[in-house]
Write a protein of this length. Structure first.
Length: 351
């Protein structure tokens, strides 16, 4: 009898647990090894795990982290399925799945093809983006029904492709709805990531999953747009183009003067061109200064006594001191007029 009891006991499972030493396993089906589970067996569910019993393809009891004793009292669904109406404790055979509920981190996403977006300044442009994300199983029941089914082992690879395509598709919608200009995208990575996270999460909740983080590392613009931005930046740095041209000409003159190979035709050409530019700028500067320093000639008249030229409107002659009589002068050129003249004989201006 003892030998028979030992044989029967060896065919029963009394301790059930799963030690996960991988980084990408999402679901593990416990290997029964053709044995049956003993009523009263000890089930250990570690943190970040959930244990699910499936009886003949039908979802039964779910156990959260902790130590559980398998009896009819804490397995109500299995008890009903097995018709243990009176709490009959007997060995049973069932599929047991351990679902990993921890976060799966540092998963990379990226746009394999450019994403079209409409920008208020550049119009229709194509952008590329990449970054990282993390997710976990939020609802083991939905995940079991909708995703892994009855697979013996299910890893991140099974859902990674689906999630990536969902992320890229939702990102283009998030960028369009956020209405952030292309030039301001780099300054709004954090805001755009949070906006995309809220937009994308409802799309993967139907799989029993939840998106824990979504990080945009870079959004690159087309080459032609980047060149246009570089040109605008250069113009902003240059500022006054006239002063910049003068500076360039002065630099060319200095380079030509420091070039010992005066016979070099290229150096001569640069020196001649710089010299011509400098000469032209010097002439323009001198001309402007000369024009600015030219005095405006004052209106003149003749002394009534000695005939020497005197300033129009003078009351005495600076040469002979003779008092001057009130004389009419042209309001335009200052020439002395004959009393009663209606037009100036010198410039023709009406008086």
């Amino acid at each position: 009898m003892g030998i028979i009891k030992n044989i029967v006991t060896s065919q029963l499972i009394d301790v059930i647990e799963w030690k996960d030493d991988s980084r990408d396993t999402m679901v593990y089906r416990y290997d029964m090894n053709n044995k049956e589970i003993m009523m009263g067996a000890q089930l250990t569910v570690r943190e970040s795990q959930v244990a699910v019993f499936v009886n003949e393809g039908q979802l039964a009891d779910i156990f959260q982290p902790g130590r559980h004793e398998l009896t009819t009292s804490n397995m109500p669904i299995m008890t009903a399925l097995k018709s243990w109406k009176y709490g009959f404790n007997s060995p049973f055979k069932s599929d047991l799945y351990f679902i990993n509920t921890r976060q799966f981190l540092d998963l990379k996403w990226g746009t394999s093809n450019p994403v079209m977006m409409r920008d208020s300044e550049f119009g229709m442009i194509r952008i590329r983006a990449f970054g990282i994300y993390s997710f976990k199983v939020a609802d083991p029941t939905v995940f079991l029904k909708e995703v892994f089914g009855t697979s013996g082992l299910f890893t991140v690879d099974g859902v990674e492709g689906q999630i990536k395509r969902t992320l890229v598709s939702g990102l283009s919608d998030a960028i369009a709805e956020s209405k952030i200009p292309a030039l301001d995208l780099a300054a709004n990575y954090e805001e755009l990531s949070q906006y995309a996270l809220k937009t994308l999460n409802p799309k993967i909740e139907a799989l029993g999953l939840t998106l824990c983080s979504f990080i945009i590392e870079n959004i690159s613009l087309p080459e032609e747009v980047e060149k246009s931005i570089d040109k605008r930046t250069s113009m902003g740095v240059v500022g006054d183009l006239n002063k910049y041209a003068q500076y360039q000409a002065a630099e060319a003159m200095r380079e030509a003067a420091n070039n010992p190979g005066g016979g070099n035709m290229a150096g001569m050409g640069v020196g001649m061109g710089a010299g011509a530019a400098m000469g032209q700028m010097f002439a323009q500067s001198m001309s402007a200064n000369h024009t600015a320093q030219q005095p405006v000639p004052a209106a003149q008249a003749a002394c009534t006594a000695c005939g020497k030229p005197i300033a129009a409107g003078s009351r005495f002659c600076p040469e002979c001191g003779t008092p001057q009589t009130a004389t009419a002068f042209c309001s335009g050129c200052g020439v002395q007029l004959t009393p009663g003249a209606k037009f100036c004989p010198a410039c023709g201006q009406q008086q």
